[in-house]
Ligand binder design. Structure first.
Ligand code: MG
Length: 405
């Protein structure tokens, strides 16, 4: 037996592109290659998509031996005719040109995804010098999510250009650089209030203490920039002084997870991610969430309880804007995951340092100021849409759930 020959440079090899289009059914790929096998051709490339029951199968094969191309063409056409498929065979040389430098994944989420938005996004990619190499759908429900593999333009300017376009169109666009590190992302850290859960925990406590209005007033002052986070935390917690500690149980029961939260955490855990939360809220709630969801990390402020009553004080290290970023770093270190391989998700201004420190920072249903400063924004109230940004498809999520059930 002779030693295997090194493959010829694809650019030099005469090739045939065989495109089959028509109603999908089992056996098309086997049938085509059975037909081609009679001509001893080699497969250079092979791609297939099925859209609403119609198949597009493209096979790039080496040219058959001299004089046999005509026979190959007529054999493939008669096979295709027998199955009512359309066949097109184009002679040429070589393979695809190598993809350009500067590769990104662009995920577009729309509800609905309009033709107009798609046109605008694609035009903007082209305008930045990028080429769309591949497109596929990640999810059809509850949002339509498609991913474009783009090359030929650096990720950062593409992200900036598309963020502006997305805001104008009312769709979400996430741009992440392509490469192995995307698949190696291994730690997700989430904010809690209005991110993992729908509530603001301090407001749930305030309702029991009958001081919702005063708490809301402090929150409004903080929003106006009259108080920093720590001042507003102390001012709001002070209003809870004297509240019976039994309220903690009631608040835990009232907390409502954000839709998709369980799916997100469950899927991430299956994929081998570590998942944590950091909260400017309270350990009395986050410890419970950690237990319920099987989280790896949780850190928050602690409401001081003495003799069965809340004292109106918090104990320990205050989790504020800088604290959240610090905790992300600490969790990453404990998890043995480089910071570039972390994902942070949050909705508030106090999440911004954490979002910017992470490899991928996702502003989740955030205020415009947070949205604009983050890498990526998701503006649908479903936490599991974050999975699409990581390239996980709805189909994969559902299949994993069905397998476990
Ligand atoms: Mg929040």
């Amino acid at each position: 037996m002779s030693a295997p020959q090194p493959p010829q440079a694809p650019a030099d090899v005469p090739t045939l592109l065989v495109k089959i289009f028509g109603k999908d059914r089992p056996g098309i790929t086997a049938g085509l290659f059975d037909t081609l096998a009679a001509f001893s051709v080699d497969v250079v490339d092979l791609e297939q998509v099925v859209t609403r029951g119609r198949i597009v199968l493209c096979a790039l094969v080496t040219e058959p031996a001299r004089g046999l191309e005509g026979e190959l063409r007529s054999t493939v056409h008669s096979w295709a005719d027998s199955l009512k498929l359309q066949a097109e065979i184009i002679s040429g040389v070589g393979d695809n040109r190598p993809r350009g430098e500067g590769r990104s994944h662009v995920t577009v989420l729309g509800h609905p995804l309009t033709a107009e938005s798609t046109a605008a996004i694609a035009a903007r990619i082209t305008a930045t010098g990028g080429n769309i190499d591949r497109i596929f759908r990640l999810a059809k429900y509850p949002v339509t999510a498609v991913e474009f593999a783009v090359s030929g333009t650096p990720t950062e300017p593409l992200r900036t250009a598309l963020a502006t376009e997305a805001a104008a169109l009312g769709v979400d666009v996430a741009v992440v650089s392509a490469g192995l590190h995307r698949r190696a992302q291994r730690l997700v850290v989430m904010d809690v209030d209005s991110t993992l859960i729908q509530d603001e925990v301090i407001e749930l406590f305030a309702a029991h203490a009958g001081c919702e209005e005063q708490v809301a007033e402090v929150t409004a002052r903080a929003m106006r920039g009259e108080l920093d986070f720590e001042q507003s935390l102390h001012a709001r917690v002070a209003l809870l002084e004297g509240l019976d500690a039994s309220v903690v149980e009631k608040v835990r029961a009232e907390v409502q997870l954000t839709p998709g939260a369980r799916t997100l955490v469950r899927t991430l855990k299956r994929l081998g991610y570590q998942v944590g939360v950091v909260s400017g809220g309270f350990t009395q709630v986050t410890d419970d969430l950690r237990e319920r969801l099987g989280l790896d990390f949780a850190h928050a402020n602690t409401l001081e309880i003495v003799d069965g009553k809340l004292t109106g004080k918090v104990t320990g290290e205050i989790v504020d804007r800088a604290g959240k970023a610090r905790l992300l770093r600490r969790f990453a270190q404990e998890a043995g995951v480089p910071l570039e391989q972390t994902v942070a998700i949050g909705d508030g201004a106090n999440d911004l340092d954490m979002l910017n420190a992470a490899g991928l920072g996702v502003a989740f249903n955030a205020k415009p100021v947070v949205r604009e400063a983050a890498h990526t924004a998701v503006n649908f109230p479903f936490l599991d849409t974050v999975l699409y940004l990581l390239g996980v498809t709805l189909e994969e999520v559902e299949a994993a759930d069905a397998h476990e059930a």
